[in-house]
Design a protein around this ligand. Structure first.
Ligand code: BG6
Length: 487
């Protein structure tokens, strides 16, 4: 793997959960792979940052358990040498002067990355102060973490403010799903094979299902989650990005903007869900106590830092449509939930039925042909079809061709954050969201958010450890379809 340019990775929020669980472990992995330039520093910032020694002890305690511990103590110690510490209050001008001094004068070949792993209300003040001390020169990239706003207006406010100080090509908006190897593979499957292209359209596809299900509940994030909910946390970003990967037209090149232009066209083609249609095209659920993997778990309203009367959804399902020539009339069913029966992310492409049923299988709109792309926990592709049952009679049964993508490829699979951090250091924008993509996504979900805010549409309760409320099955059955695990 080629090495990054020399760099300074400036980590705002360096004592936080994201830095400890994802960013530092990802940087460590990249370090072990030899992907980081020898002259690369991680500058940890925080308001109440302890001294370096104490900070490194915290990193040892909180970040190291999240690394794949194949590397020995020597490599870990070597990595820690990259880490420097600076106490910085995001609201203190003087602290930014000190930061600029620590970074020194801009050097043409050196990347300066400011990773804002902070609450979004700090994005604008941090960017303004970076600019005030000259830390918005062309060599500086700024990385923004989710949530990028609460609705269209707040998201636009963030982008407008950040946009005052940084050019669009300096802004890296993270959706970590785009960094997943399996999501990258979707592009390869679609655009590297001629096989699917003729079938990848309304004439042959009955519907598409995209699921991201988690066994986990809200863990220690009750306060954040209760303000957010599944629609903002998962659908507005991850699920819509996956939908774009399935529905987009082939880009002319793999350039960042060529790919993002195609994704944007999909988002803009999403048929708007009018407020009067929201109840019929969406399902909103909240889990009550149940059991997940044989272990009893409390209900959402009993979780720490969650309002006992909360109406926040922990499950969302939506029937979307992409109104263009390729997809008109094909439903895209999207769903995501916490405390589901299984943790998995998958895309199911259900093909239409054969024109004439010759084999006694009742003719229906759907055929046995279904392509299942499992993104996680394992990466698999299965193509389902009918084969003849051996024997005298001409009977058929369902069978599948299965490809275990993981064991079929030998290379090491980088984690999503590792991949994305390396891309930022190398200045590759393709896997990051552009401002107009976010605007289009917020515009589409906003009528749903507005309808859900009204009294009289509380979430439907489902038992933890199931696949969500019964209404979720009904959403598909109206189109003669059923979720993958039900059929
Ligand atoms: C995050 C959400 O963006 O994605 C979390 O905020 C969710 O609530 C997580 O658990 C899921 O990501 P992954 O990579 O574990 O599927």
């Amino acid at each position: 793997m080629s090495s990054t340019p020399a760099f300074d990775m400036v980590l705002f929020g360096a004592t936080g959960d994201l830095a400890m669980r994802k960013l530092l472990p990802a940087l460590f992995e990249a370090h072990c792979e030899g992907a980081l330039h020898a002259d690369g520093r991680v500058i940890a910032l925080g308001r109440a940052l302890p001294g370096r020694q104490q900070y490194l002890e915290q990193v040892e305690r909180e970040a190291r358990p999240h690394t794949r511990d194949r590397a020995g103590q020597a490599q870990w110690a070597d990595f820690l040498q990259r880490v420097e510490c600076l106490a910085l209050d995001a609201e203190s001008d003087a602290d930014f002067v000190a930061l600029a001094a620590a970074l020194g004068a801009p050097q043409p070949q050196r990347a300066t990355v400011c990773y804002l792993a902070t609450p979004p209300r700090l994005f604008a003040p941090i960017c303004a102060r970076l600019a005030a001390v000259g830390l918005n020169h062309a060599g500086v990239r700024v990385v923004l973490e989710k949530p990028l706003g609460h609705d269209l207006e707040s998201s636009e406010a963030i982008h407008a403010e950040v946009g005052q100080y940084f050019a669009e090509n300096q802004i890296y908006r993270i959706d970590h799903y785009l960094g997943k190897e399996s999501v990258q593979n979707l592009m390869a499957i679609r655009f590297g094979n001629v096989l699917f292209e003729p079938l990848w359209r309304r004439e042959w596809i009955d519907h598409v299902q995209i699921t991201i299900a988690e066994e986990l509940g809200v863990e220690a994030r009750g306060a954040f989650y209760d303000r957010t909910g599944a629609l903002r946390d998962m659908l507005q970003n991850h699920l819509l990005q996956l939908l774009c990967m399935v529905a987009m037209e082939p880009p002319a090149t793999l350039d960042a903007d060529a790919i993002r232009d195609e994704k944007l066209k999909v988002l803009k083609a999403l048929r708007p869900i009018g407020e009067s249609e929201v109840d019929g095209r969406t399902v909103r659920g909240q889990y009550r106590a149940g059991a997940v993997a044989g272990r009893p778990v409390p209900g959402y309203r009993q979780e720490a830092h969650v309002d006992p009367e909360s109406r926040t959804e922990t499950f969302v399902a939506v029937r979307a449509e992409v109104a263009n020539w390729r997809w008109s009339g094909v439903p895209f069913f999207l769903r995501s939930g916490k405390r589901m029966q299984e943790s998995l992310a998958e895309i199911v492409v259900q093909f239409r039925g054969v024109p004439l049923a010759l084999f006694g299988v009742p003719s229906s709109a759907q055929s046995a042909n279904r392509l299942v792309i499992r993104l996680q926990p394992d990466e698999r592709i299965s193509l389902h079809f009918l084969v003849k049952e051996p024997g005298d009679a001409m009977r058929v049964r369902a069978s599948s061709l299965d490809l275990d993508v993981q064991s079929a490829s030998r290379g090491r699979r980088a984690g999503a954050y590792e991949r994305l951090l390396l891309d930022v250091l190398r200045g590759r924008l393709g896997l990051f969201m552009r401002r107009d993509e976010l605007v289009a996504a917020w515009k589409w979900v906003e009528p749903i958010l507005e309808r859900w805010q009204l009294e009289g549409s509380p979430p439907k309760v489902y038992t933890a450890g199931t696949w969500g409320p019964a209404a979720s099955s009904a959403l598909l059955s109206r189109d003669g379809a059923s979720w993958h695990e039900e059929s």
